[in-house]
Ligand binder design. Structure first.
Ligand SMILES: [Ca+2]
Length: 132
């Protein structure tokens, strides 16, 4: 049975940077429910990340991530419950690609961050989904 998706519409997002500060590539494009809009990272930053603020702590145990152009070589998923908590690593991986699914031990958190450690070029993400 497929777990229930968490509604991410209207969630706040933040990021290490947006390509040429062009709003069509803003971080909110990873939670707009559309697979033809994307966050495009800025160039020349040391680390790349995109973060989702769920507004309140929610429990989730699965995610799908839709990356463009297979650039990411190493990443981690981080989560925390309160803004001044320390990040907890909930998953580590290498390549992502355009149809990445992973399950993990259920996490209750308000903030989730995709931290991209290595990428061939500034990475781009079409969409991130979370599931209960
Ligand atoms: Ca999108």
């Amino acid at each position: 049975m497929l777990p229930k998706p968490i509604d991410l519409a209207g969630c706040k997002t933040s990021t290490s940077g947006v390509w040429q500060n062009d709003s069509q590539f803003n971080a909110d494009k990873v939670v707009d429910g559309r697979y033809n809009t994307r966050w495009q990272s800025a160039e020349a930053v040391k680390s790349y990340w995109v973060e989702i603020d769920l507004g309140e702590a929610k429990r989730f145990s699965k995610t799908s991530i839709w990356e463009g152009w297979d650039l990411i070589q190493k990443f981690e998923l981080l989560a925390k419950e309160k803004s001044n908590d320390k990040w907890r690593t909930i998953h580590e991986g290498t390549t992502l690609g355009s149809d990445y699914w992973v399950s993990f031990k259920p996490v209750t958190a308000r903030y989730i961050r995709l931290n991209i450690i290595e990428s061939l070029k500034p990475p781009t993400i079409w969409e991130i989904d979370l599931f209960e």
